[in-house]
Design a protein around this ligand. Structure first.
Ligand SMILES: C[S@@+](CC[C@H](N)C(=O)[O-])C[C@H]1O[C@@H](n2cnc3c(N)ncnc32)[C@H](O)[C@@H]1O
Length: 207
């Protein structure tokens, strides 16, 4: 039996073809710096960013349909034409779907830490992902990562050091680009529980 395709939610990005890289104008019709929120959850961060920076485009990526629907609904209620939501697996999106040299900032905020050793290979931050990330970031583009999980944070630092192509940047809230950087839903929960948050910021070299 053929299952009819699910209709798109307002503002949802449903690629016509999942087996080729998108072109930038398939993502947004307006040309603007592109930021990606990978694993956006309830979209608190992406929605606040899109509201604050109408001159930038935001792509929120999330695999759970209920969350995708919620973010689309909130974006549509707020008339945010610079925010689109893609329901897809995060690694696949970065490795196979996003155009090369198209992303000015990729935010990976509180990804699943996969704490059990036998699940570590499911962690997003590792060599293949970083290699793909280096290709989709523009020269000078940034990777911003936050986690409450200290061991995953150390793991990410080691993977980034091994990868070796990105340069560390300070996470300094006085810097213009970070002066508005809203808390995510998970971050608010972890901070309320008194947990420490670890963060890092890396840049793709501008060559
Ligand atoms: C711990 S939550 C963090 C959500 C949000 N970034 C925040 O800080 O509030 C992780 C989110 O990533 C999504 N997620 C996990 N693995 C994913 C994957 N492989 N591809 C896409 N989304 C994923 C989950 O459904 C969940 O919404």
């Amino acid at each position: 039996m053929k299952v009819p395709p699910r209709p798109a939610e307002p503002g949802e990005l449903i690629p016509g073809d999942y087996f080729r890289r998108l072109s930038p104008d398939e993502l947004f019709t307006t040309e603007a710096p592109l930021e990606v929120d990978l694993g956006c959850g309830d979209g608190t961060f992406a929605l606040a960013m899109a509201r604050q920076f109408p001159e930038r485009n935001f792509l929120a990526v999330e695999r759970l349909l209920g969350r995708v629907r919620k973010v689309c609904r909130r974006a549509s209620e707020a008339d945010l034409e610079n925010l689109r939501v893609l329901r897809l697996e995060a690694r696949y999106t970065v490795e196979w779907l996003l155009p090369h040299a198209s992303v000015s900032r990729l935010h990976l905020l509180f990804p699943d830490p996969w704490p059990k050793a036998r699940h570590h290979r499911r962690r997003l931050v590792q060599q293949d992902f970083l290699k793909a990330l280096g290709k989709i970031l523009i020269p000078g583009g940034e990777f911003l990562f936050k986690t409450d999980h200290e061991e995953y944070f150390e793991w990410a630092r080691e993977e980034l050091e091994l990868f070796g192509s990105f340069e560390p940047l300070p996470w300094d809230e006085r810097c213009e680009d970070l002066s508005f950087y809203p808390e995510t839903d998970f971050e608010a929960q972890w901070r309320a529980e008194g947990r420490a948050v670890h963060q890092l910021r890396m840049r793709n070299p501008a060559t």
